[in-house]
Design a protein around this ligand. Structure first.
Ligand code: 5GP
Length: 203
């Protein structure tokens, strides 16, 4: 079966994931991007259905109860989760499915899809991350402190990931290109290409 590849990108909040994902989608426009559901409030400029499906806590809990999420987590006092239907549809159509989620969810995805590739995007250092979070100017000091603590905890999970990519300041395109190479290499692994190779020997 020619199912699409499930690709998970994680990394601390403020580490530039959003910008890298945008650059990656320009390189790989055929890839399907997961739009998560969340109970957090939209930030300025965020559009419902584009960055996230912004929903009430009660609705999120209903989605969980009805088995409509592939994975979910509670992150800094809000729920975040991946709606199941778009993922199933994309992979069945042979499209790659890309999720930008935190570590707890990433590990749930790996359990469900063992061939999923987990990539962690990390900033050059924690102090660089702190200054990026401050520059963004969208979070209070309290939230910044929570996110920095969580960032350090997340990076401890790096060993569970297949690849680590450092997001060097000002090198977004290079970073996206590296992720594209990883996805491309994953598709050429023996286990992914076995059927093609076997065609030569099964006659
Ligand atoms: P933010 O509030 O900055 O948009 O996202 C906070 C964190 O939640 C980020 O690390 C982001 O990757 C993660 N996240 C976003 N959507 C999901 C999701 O559907 N599931 C999980 N587990 N994490 C998510």
């Amino acid at each position: 079966m020619n199912n699409g590849k499930v690709v998970v990108l994680s990394g601390p909040s403020g580490g530039g994931k959003g910008t890298v994902v945008k650059a990656l989608l320009e390189l790989m426009p055929e890839m399907a991007l997961s739009v998560s559901a969340t109970t957090r409030q939209p930030r300025a400029g965020e559009v419902d259905g584009r960055e996230y499906h912004f929903i009430a806590k009660e609705d999120f809990e209903n989605m969980i109860a009805n088995g409509e999420v592939l994975e979910y987590t509670s992150y800094c006092d809000n729920y975040y989760g991946t709606p199941k239907k778009p993922a199933v549809e994309a992979t069945e159509q042979g499209r790659d499915f890309f999720l930008e989620i935190e570590v707890d969810g990433a590990l749930q995805i790996k359990k469900r899809y063992p061939e999923a590739v987990l990539i962690m995007l990390i900033p050059p250092s924690l102090s660089e991350l702190e200054s990026r979070l401050r520059q963004r100017g969208t979070e209070s000091e309290e939230v910044i402190a929570k996110r920095l603590k969580r960032a350090a905890e997340e990076i401890e999970f790096a060993e569970k990931y297949d690849y680590i990519v450092v997001n060097e300041t000002g090198k977004i395109e290079e970073c996206a290109e590296r992720i594209r190479s990883i996805i491309s290499a994953e598709k050429n692994r023996y286990c992914a290409m076995k059927e093609t190779a076997d065609n030569f020997t099964s006659r």
